[in-house]
Design a protein around this ligand. Structure first.
Ligand SMILES: *Cc1c(COP(=O)(O)O)cnc(C)c1O
Length: 341
């Protein structure tokens, strides 16, 4: 039986469910997964996650299909990305099979929180890997914990699929770093918080970050990749070594190809914002967020003068979400069923 939740009203935030799973890496191996109900965990005061940011994470979603199956979207890609994040920060990587087992077990143990089909809600899955062994010198930990939390979520923005306002980073925080590269490291977000909150205080939704070296090319927008539709109807998205490779963006590139939008990853100079027909941000949490306007050096480009998202953003959004929810056939093998016990 489903949990007693008003699925229509649910937002995007932490929500207590029945349990999460934990695995400990100690003495050279991963131990068995254990389900915990307690939301707190004791930690060594010198854990490397606390002192040196040995902490990486992932974000993915589970959906209930119309015929009642529980499915995941491209979870193996998240598993592989977490391995790359762990390698970059000298942490003990979680093998793909262990990652998948953890996700399957945690979703299954909390299946009453998987939102029913048709409410626009889903189950957000948050795997995290942290260094828990003590170090005071800058060294990798000798002990790690891998956890998976799950929670039901609704739309990322309460306003729904509405165009948002972006501001180019130099207008809010000149020293804003976008991140430490192409991995999903917790510290990326701490480094971007000041810029992001400065933008919000000025009435913008998020910051559009530029490349760290020349401050000339578009990187991404906070926790989301950036894409645009050119006036000749092509999908373009920035190529840069410091962008997190978004699985949503990867999927949109494939859909754009099938929609004859000739997708291209290339460097995008910030001046090009004035030449686009549409723009959007993409990521697991919000799927696609249409960009209504971008402000840069006292100039502003308005992509949605009538307040509605552009045609291509709508088409891409509808096609991707229909595949994720199992409403249309998935020709790519992206959607996988969560096996029974
Ligand atoms: C997670 C994340 C994204 C979105 O990636 P998805 O795989 O689409 O969820 C984009 N940028 C950053 C910095 C991220 O951490």
């Amino acid at each position: 039986m489903k949990a007693n939740i008003n699925w229509k009203e649910i937002g995007f935030g932490y929500y207590k469910t029945d349990c999460h799973i934990r695995y400990v890496w100690r003495d050279g191996k991963w131990g068995p997964g254990q389900l915990h109900q307690d939301e707190f965990m004791p930690m060594h005061i010198a854990a490397t996650a606390l002192h040196y940011g040995q902490a990486v994470f992932e974000g993915l979603k589970a959906y209930e299909t119309k015929d009642g199956r529980s499915v995941l979207f491209r979870a193996v890609e998240n598993a592989k990305r977490m391995i790359r994040s762990a390698e970059k920060t000298l942490m003990q990587p979680v093998p793909v099979d262990l990652f998948m087992e953890a996700v399957h077990k945690t979703v299954r143990a909390n299946i009453r929180f998987l939102p029913p089909h048709g409410y626009g809600a889903s189950m957000y899955i948050r795997p995290i890997l942290i260094g828990t062994g003590p170090q005071i010198g800058v060294k990798p930990a000798d002990e790690y914990v891998f956890m998976v939390l799950v929670m039901p979520v609704g739309p990322y923005f309460k306003t729904g699929f509405k165009p948002v306002k972006l501001i180019v980073e130099e207008e809010v925080d000149r020293a804003a770093p976008c991140g430490v590269g192409d991995v999903k490291v917790a510290g990326n977000y701490a480094a971007g918080m000041r810029a992001s909150f400065a933008a919000k205080a000025k009435g913008y939704t998020e910051v559009l970050y530029l490349d760290a070296k020349k401050k000339k090319y578009i990187d991404e927008s906070g926790p989301a990749n950036f894409f645009a539709i050119t006036k000749d109807d092509r999908y373009v998205t920035p190529e840069s070594p410091s962008i997190l490779p978004s699985i949503t963006n990867m999927s949109l590139v494939q859909l754009a190809k099938d929609m004859k939008l000739k997708p291209k990853r290339r460097r995008i100079s910030v001046e090009e914002i004035f030449d686009f027909k549409e723009a959007g941000c993409c990521g697991t949490a919000a799927v696609i967020t249409p960009v209504g306007s971008i402000t840069w050096r006292d100039r502003k480009v308005d992509y949605c003068p009538d307040g509605n998202p552009g045609k291509r953003c709508v088409e891409l959004y509808e096609r991707l979400t229909a595949i994720q929810r199992g409403d249309i056939k998935d020709p790519y093998g992206w959607v996988t069923e969560i096996p029974a016990e």
